[in-house]
Design a protein around this ligand. Structure first.
Ligand code: DGY
Length: 465
């Protein structure tokens, strides 16, 4: 059913022209517009494959040259979906390489420093992880990996390789998800904590403004930001945010990232909607993988986690504004900001049908305010900044996740709008993010996970029709 829906939503836009092209090519005339659409998509797919290949540093893909020169956790999991469209073995390698740096306690770091680089700050010297076996940061990121492994296996042409890889990766995924439960929900609330804005992947989201205000800036060593040599400062997090990001790193390093202590000592502790939505969905995938492998012993454990999420998730819904909100665990308050992460419970399939209906209405309202969707911050809010990282710009990976959720709940027309917007945006360049007011590409260029979304989402959809 999902596949039927997935393909049927191309009723309009350029991609629809491509579908018509496929049907019409048996007839003897193909109009110019359709040929153009086909060519445009082909160019985009070829370019996306080229970006992944050029950002391949040997079994792992950097997000972007210069700006992000190491292996990032959720970037890699999403990028593997792109690799899988033209090189399955390479897609599996991406996952293997990410888990090669898994910590003994099960954590999978947000950055793995496989090879030295001089273009990024804070590198391994700051994290105190220059030496093997660590060579990675002491914090994590949204756990997309199990979702990727599930997808890669289901879509695999080489099932033998896929099964070998799933067998190899399953215990590592399980260990990571267990780590989330024990290290990030030691009080058994049902939802997991995020202890650093970098763990959320949405570093300077307006949702973190309030909790970051409660993080005192320590007397940290002077530092020079490398990000500002690659991207204009108007598109990046502020200096005040960086001071707090670094303060947290030094505090965590002081206890050698001991996860038992971090939960209690971190002055930043939130229930992040993105991490919790992704983890819920990832647990559904993990459960699926467990059943497929016959690892039935672990199914009740995963079911218990899933049930915990379902019970606790409703506390994150704010009916007054028809949105899910992240929460400050240290004050117990829902955070004010409405951000695109608020739609991710759709991706998780954890929103109730009536919440989904309200979210769809909220999304429609947002889209009526901008030329392209989906802005990462409510375009009606005073702190909406269309070009500044997670305070307004559009991210293709978020568009994919929300579209996937909209389809699952039957909001096909809305999903189609987001998909068409994404296609148009990517047509103007495969970059880090886009300005929702005019579609201008921004942030880092030749960006791996955007290229991966082009291949795994937009391109796949067209070619599988
Ligand atoms: C950065 O350096 O901007 C990254 O988002 C941290 O993960």
């Amino acid at each position: 059913m999902y596949k039927t829906r997935y393909c049927s939503r191309f009723a309009t836009t350029v991609l629809n022209a491509l579908l018509n092209f496929c049907c019409c090519c048996v007839l003897d005339h193909v109009d110019e517009q359709q040929t153009e659409a086909y060519k445009k998509l082909e160019v985009l797919l070829t370019y996306s494959r080229q970006i992944l290949t050029e950002n391949d540093l040997g079994g792992y893909t950097i997000p972007a040259k210069g700006l992000y020169p190491y292996q990032w956790n959720w970037d890699s999991a999403l990028v593997a979906m792109g690799w899988a469209t033209f090189d399955e073995a390479r897609a599996w390698e991406e996952m293997t390489k990410l888990f090669s740096a898994q910590w003994d306690d099960g954590m999978v770091s947000h950055i793995v420093f496989h090879k030295p680089s001089t273009t990024y700050f804070p590198g391994p010297e700051i994290w105190g992880s220059v030496e093997k076996p660590r060579k990675s940061t002491g914090i994590t990121q949204p756990p997309v990996a199990a979702i990727t492994v599930h997808k890669l296996y289901e879509q695999a042409v080489n099932k033998e390789l896929a099964l070998t890889k799933v067998r190899e990766l399953f215990p590592k995924l399980l260990a990571w998800h267990r780590w989330f439960k024990t290290a990030r929900d030691p009080e058994n609330t049902g939802l997991v904590a995020t202890l650093h804005p970098w763990e959320s992947g949405m570093d300077n989201s307006p949702a973190w403004d309030e909790p970051l205000r409660n993080v005192p800036v320590d007397d940290i060593p002077p530092y020079v930001r490398a990000d500002l040599t690659h991207v204009n400062s108007s598109m990046r997090p502020s200096q005040a945010e960086y001071d707090r990001f670094l303060t947290l790193v030094y505090r965590f390093r002081a206890v050698d990232y001991d996860c038992k202590q971090l939960y209690y000592l971190s002055p930043f502790r939130v229930t992040d909607l993105c991490t919790n939505s992704v983890l819920y969905r990832a647990n559904l995938s993990l459960r699926w993988l467990a059943e497929m492998l016959g690892e039935l012993d672990v199914v009740p454990e995963i079911d218990e986690w899933l049930e915990g999420f379902r019970v606790a998730f409703s506390s994150l819904y704010d009916p007054a504004v028809k949105m899910f909100k992240s929460k400050d665990q240290l004050t117990g308050k829902l955070l004010n900001a409405s951000t695109s992460a608020g739609f991710l419970p759709l991706f998780a399939r954890i929103a109730t049908p009536s919440q989904a209906q309200e979210l769809a209405a909220t999304l429609e309202q947002w889209l009526s305010c901008v030329k392209y969707g989906i802005p990462s911050n409510d375009p009606n809010s005073a702190d909406f900044e269309p070009l500044r990282y997670w305070r307004g710009p559009i991210w293709a990976i978020v568009n994919w996740m929300i579209t996937d959720g909209l389809l699952a709940y039957g909001y096909d027309a809305l999903a189609q709008r987001v998909e068409s917007d994404t296609y148009e945006l990517l047509g103007s360049g495969i970059c880090e993010y886009y300005d929702p007011t005019d579609g201008k590409p921004a942030g880092g260029g030749s960006f791996s996970w955007t290229a991966a979304m082009c291949l795994a989402w937009l391109g796949k959809c067209a070619t599988s029709a």
